[in-house]
Design a protein around this ligand. Sequence first.
Ligand code: PEP
Ligand code: MG
Length: 746
Amino acid sequence: MAESLESESRKLLGRLRDTMADEAAGQARLDKITHLTADSMKTEVCSIYLFRDEETLELCATEGLNPEAVHETRMKMGEGLVGRVARTSKIVNTADAPSARGFRYMPETGEEIYSSFLGVPIQRLGEKLGVLVVQSKEQREYTADEIYALEVVAMVLAEMTELGAFVGEGAAMKARHTQAVMFRGGVGQEGGAMGHVWLHEPRVVVTNLVSDDPEAERQRLHEAVDTLRVGVDEMLADAHGDKDQIDVLEAYRMFANSKGWMRRMEEDISRGLSAEAAVEKEQSQARARMQQVTDAYLRDRLHDLDDLSNRLLRILTGQGRETGSDMPSDPILIARNIGPAELLEYGRSLKGVVLEEGSVGSHAAIVARALAIPLVIHADRITNEALNGDQILVDGEQGIVHLRPDDSVVGAFRDKMAMQAKAQERYASIRDKDCVTKDGTRVHLTMNAGLMADLPSLNSSGAEGVGLFRTELQFLLRNQMPKRTELADIYARVLDASGGKRVVFRTLDIGSDKVLPYMKPQDEPNPALGWRAIRVALDRPGVMRMQLQALIRGAKGRPLSIMFPFIAQYEEFVRGRAEVHKVLARERRLGHAVPEKIEIGAMLETPSLAFAPNRFFDEVEFISIGGNDLKQFFFAADRENERVRRRYDTLNVSFLSFLQSIVARCDDTGTHLSFCGEDAGRPIEALCLAAIGIRNLSMRPASIGPVKSLLMRYDLSEVRNVIDTARLQGEQSVRQMVMEYLRNNG
Ligand code: PEP
Ligand code: MG
């Protein structure tokens, strides 16, 4: 790079910094920047286009084009060359703009006389802010050095935007991070919450962008990278063979030692950026790339680079994780993603969680559910928008988040929350009552659990017991296989906390979406139909035996209920049961106390089991319908796939008829039947399940109140009549008619 270009670039950045220090209003600053840039780059035109809204770019300042066009000329994303730069986040460099693909002539600007065009995106950490353009009459392509210089200016512009430099009288832009923004995401856990933002990874604000002393900045960068390397090596030493963690850390190390990365940042510094601005410029470009790559592996690596850049920025700026004491009293956690253990650490102090990524079945979602914290996932770009302390509303019913909401939105949300609170009061008033329907049918409502954190809900919700204890959570939350004594201790504490209420422990249900961090991942074409649950347990009985032993020891002589997941045929149940008896015999031999009574049941999660021989129904002591899995296999619709997840209604007559056939088989054989999928916790679904004869429903604790309240108000035989009539009339789903009946009957 020519020395003169570098010093020219530094001079320009120095002047930009001075405009920042000026007391000038936003528009004056923008005007000055276009003037300085055109002057420094010796081009006739320099223009700044900024986003007015997500789709529209507006000419906000220009040197060389018709000044009257400022704030008048607008274009859509993708429209013209400027729109193309914005849409693709890629540079357009052409000697003959009017002949270039996509060129759109804007008569009001007078730009027809300019032949060459160079446009670079103005973006900050993957967020598109606008486009910076230079144009000249001379027909020529811009050199790599010129492109680079313009990119550096764009970067500084992006940072100045972030710092609110262009806000003020005759403002070119509204202040950022002050406007209300709504995010539409997915529901991870229902419930509503109002509170204030707490960023899991607080954003680092770079205030010193420009430096006159490249040597000193280079030195700072090197020192920071050295500190970073040492930190990564220490983390590697602490990883104790945890394969996933090691993979990520190795990637960190690779980047931290990457010559290309260092070289680019050093070049940025030579151009006049400070060390932190150089890190952020590279980070922004990596984020822009991240949005374009679809390859999962590459995306992960770019994520790693992003994390590493954040660490480096924290080292350089000294801004660290803010201390817990600054956390608002009503924190709503915002993160790109979060691990289950980290979420558990925050625990119930959180009012809500909003993630940019995440999935319904993720471990974080499982933990949020256990803690009954509203969770919204896929809130795209929220970590860019939210600032610590911003007011935020989380609507976990709709998957909607309002950041810095207007007063009217706050008012409406408050009303909604108040209504929910009223409903909660009503539920509390019936908490200790039995759930008896209007026609006198007793329906037992139990809760689903999986963590110690769930157990206080046993009393607060009025659950009659735990109908499903998902034991895999204890395995999923650790970095290594839990020990038998640890598990026995947990199971003992669960039974202590249950105060004699029945707890059904489901044996380890792994595979499919639940992958143990310390088990070799299986490369299966279709994991939901693959090596999972009881199939793994029977093929590798060691873990199941250890768990059965822990359960028996944890019971300390008390009655114990064990349930096998994903039984697809009778023989699997027989083999699972034989394992229990084998372990029992061994425990007796060793002189350990054994449960005074042991019940062995199976989950019915595959349609095949509904057609099992009679002896299965005769021998199994209880059956629990795992509606989540059963429904996905019945309709062949992946429960994790947003596109098809909600496509088929649980109240579809075919599915209800199928469930009824299971009820009939259990009635014939006197087999205890329950339903423990998510649908049991949805009041209308629960009412229909009860109406077709299911007398035990197990659900999230928060659903017990609403379900009980509805069930107690209706006559099951009447609901059953509505279902039968809908079926006779050839309805696809009984939902409409049941809803109508409920409306007509209060
Ligand atoms: C089910 O499949 O309905 C169930 C309760 O089990 P899980 O959701 O844990 O697969
Ligand atoms: Mg299941």
